[in-house]
Design a protein around this ligand. Structure first.
Ligand SMILES: Nc1ncnc2c1ncn2[C@@H]1O[C@H](COP(=O)(O)OP(=O)(O)O)[C@@H](O)[C@H]1O
Ligand SMILES: [Mg+2]
Length: 459
């Protein structure tokens, strides 16, 4: 804006100055034209004839003329050995040094070969034009009619206007700056609010929320920010609970180990029994730690590294491994003859977990079926047992970390309730999920559903 306003002011100034030039040149031309006309056609009022003496011609002409306020009309007649003699209209001029009081300037103008020009003096500029008059019968210019214009007042007026324009521009600039400042402040105020709210957030206190006002972009930003805080708060709460649970879960075996060791006597049989129990607990502990590490790894992007796998082969491998878990009526219930992008190690891990659970919830001789099938772009792997099944109220919670079912509460199973959360993490790592439904005739069936199209989209 500063540049624009300054250029408007200076352009206006130069336009006005050019206008002044134009007007002065017009005036000078008009006055000299009138004189030239009078010289050619005019008559001496006393004799009734044309003029013979330049002196008389100038005197008569000047008597009849009216000059502008900034204009001087001067007749100059040559004098031998000195500057020209002058014939003037006696009047006051609003300038520092008029031409009729400046013999040096008169002489310069009179002797100049040009018929018009600009005379620059310290006391002020003179724009002049002249008409030379030859003495009767000779070629020598014996006299001259001079029009002198003092442009000071005109240029001063232009400069005054320029200054006013600059002042107005300055005020406008200040005003717009002020308004811009205020408006920008108003617009940015909600942003500042978001910033201060964000700055006041700490890991301990994520409860703070930004007030949402209006329906503009800033409100949308605040809403997004609040939603992000909701997620963060939930994530932190989950993590805290996870750490609490993990601590609790690890403390139990430590307490048991300590108790056994403290009560250990000298009897070799008792000692052996204690060592067996302690080793058991330590195994349990190390399994929990391993599971925790695996779950922590599940957050990492390289948790699942898919590769082309023959699903039939994979299912058969899982079946062979599962069979070693216990004396059950193991059955391979169909395989999907299909290649799919899977992480075979992780899938095996998940299926073995499911098989282990199935073994835990069945008794010797009961049937456990393992198999896979393909439906469209989907691959399903399942473990179906004929055991006690899962109680309806447990169906949702058993997939969460450290959650066990209520049925066998009394007997502490070998796990810490992490098995199914690992299975779920592996399924989700493949872009799939794990579902639970009842086996026909009793028992639980866990199905890993992996969508190939999603698999391809992921990789
Ligand atoms: N095949 C199954 N039949 C019945 N209940 C099951 C079966 N698999 C899992 N559950 C229930 O789900 C709970 C969570 O299983 P899991 O996450 O593997 O933990 P854990 O095996 O350590 O108890 C188990 O405590 C059990 O109640
Ligand atoms: Mg388990």
């Amino acid at each position: 804006m500063t540049v624009a306003l300054a250029s408007v002011a200076t352009t206006t100034r130069s336009f006005l100055l050019r206008d002044v030039d134009h007007r002065i040149n017009g005036l000078l031309a008009q006055e000299t034209g009138e004189f030239a006309n009078f010289e050619r056609r005019g008559f001496d009022p006393e004799t009734g004839r044309s003029f013979t003496e330049p002196d008389r011609l100038l005197r008569v002409f000047l008597e009849r003329q009216y000059a502008d306020p900034d204009e001087e009309l001067v007749g100059l007649v040559a004098r031998r050995g000195a500057g020209p003699r002058q014939i003037i209209q006696p009047r006051e001029l609003p300038v520092a040094l008029p031409l009729h009081e400046d013999p040096g300037a008169r002489r310069t103008i009179f002797e100049s070969p040009a018929s018009s020009g600009i005379l620059r003096r310290p006391e002020g500029e003179i724009r002049w034009a002249k008409v030379s008059v030859a003495r009767h019968g000779s070629e020598e210019p014996g006299a001259a009619f001079v029009v002198a214009f003092h442009p000071e007042r005109e240029t001063a007026r232009v400069n005054e206007m320029f200054r006013v324009l600059l002042a107005i521009s300055g005020v406008a600039l200040l005003l717009t700056t002020g308004i811009g400042w205020a408006v920008a402040g108003r617009i940015l105020q909600p942003v500042r609010l978001v910033r201060t709210a964000a700055a006041q957030l700490t890991e301990q206190d994520l409860t703070r929320r930004i007030p949402v006002r209006g329906r503009d972009d800033i409100a949308a930003l605040a809403e997004t920010f609040n939603a992000m805080l909701d997620r963060l708060e939930r994530a932190f709460a989950t993590q805290r609970r996870f750490v609490d649970d993990a601590g609790h879960e690890l403390r139990t075996p430590i307490t048991i180990v300590r108790g056994h060791l403290e009560l250990m006597g000298d009897d070799p049989a008792e000692r052996e029994e204690t060592v067996r129990l302690v080793t058991d607990e330590l195994d349990r502990m190390s399994r929990i730690v391993e599971d925790l590490l695996l779950l922590a790894k599940a957050e990492r992007p390289d948790f699942v590294t898919p590769e082309p796998v023959q699903v039939a082969e994979l299912t058969a491998d899982v079946f062979v491994k599962a069979r070693t878990l216990g004396e059950r009526d193991w059955r391979l219930d169909g395989v999907a003859d299909r290649e799919a992008g899977l992480d075979p190690q992780r899938i095996t891990q998940a299926m073995v977990q499911l098989a282990q659970n199935a073994v835990q919830h069945t008794t010797a001789g009961q049937t456990i079926r393992i198999g896979s099938r393909a439906e469209g772009s989907r691959i399903e792997l399942f473990v179906a047992d004929s055991g006690s099944g899962v109680r309806p109220e447990d169906r949702e919670v058993i997939f969460e970390r450290f959650r066990r079912g209520t049925v066998r509460r009394g007997s502490r199973g070998s796990g810490a309730g992490l098995g199914l959360s690992i299975v779920r993490a592996i399924a989700e790592g493949h872009g799939g999920r794990v579902r639970l439904h009842d086996t026909e005739g009793g028992g639980a069936t866990f199905v890993l559903t992996l969508d190939r199209s999603q698999e391809e989209a992921r990789t």
